[in-house]
Design a protein around this ligand. Structure first.
Ligand code: SF4
Length: 162
């Protein structure tokens, strides 16, 4: 049976019904699918995703990174669309800036091939926040990194500076 990816809320240790464990072993446990990171009821856990999932943040990161996305309905592309935007607090912005400043440390842990990469989510969210403190690192990435990093960095810079 096709699916939209195993990096979903159904397998996330931050989904209350999974009792702090990643994987499918609690899928028949009673209880509501509820994201403890975002205090959000999850309507369709097998088709809902975010960058805090253990496939992208294996060191259990509980500060929201980017939006919550859902499967957009096309199995030929596995495309996703934003379902809930990121909350916006100083702690969340500071965390994104910290992740950006050490982005090379996080790329090896982000091994999942479907959906947006952790690096792209970090940069896209800082762009959407129009966060001026990100400009210096984004400019450095634009000037020194391969396209898979430089492209989202350029897009984020354009948003911040428009
Ligand atoms: S929204 Fe993200 S952190 Fe929350 S349960 Fe789903 S994948 Fe995990």
């Amino acid at each position: 049976m096709p699916n939209g990816g195993s990096d979903c809320c159904a397998t996330c240790w931050f989904n209350r019904t999974n009792r702090g464990e990643a994987g499918y072993q609690h899928r028949d446990s009673p209880g509501e699918d509820h994201c403890e990171v975002r205090d959000l009821s999850i309507e369709n856990p097998f088709y809902t995703y975010c960058a805090n999932h253990p496939h992208r943040r294996p060191d259990r990161d509980p500060i929201p990174i980017g939006p919550v996305e859902r499967f957009a309905g096309d199995y030929s592309t596995n495309a996703r669309e934003v379902w809930q935007p990121s909350p916006d607090t100083e702690e969340i912005r500071r965390h994104l800036l910290d992740l950006l400043s050490e982005i090379f440390l996080h790329i090896p842990a982000d091994r999942y091939p479907i959906g947006p990469s952790l690096a792209s989510v970090i940069m896209r969210q800082l762009g959407e926040f129009r966060e001026p403190r990100a400009v210096r690192d984004l400019e450095w990435i634009c000037d020194n990194c391969p396209d898979f990093l430089a492209k989202p960095a350029r897009a984020a810079l354009e948003q911040i500076q428009e």
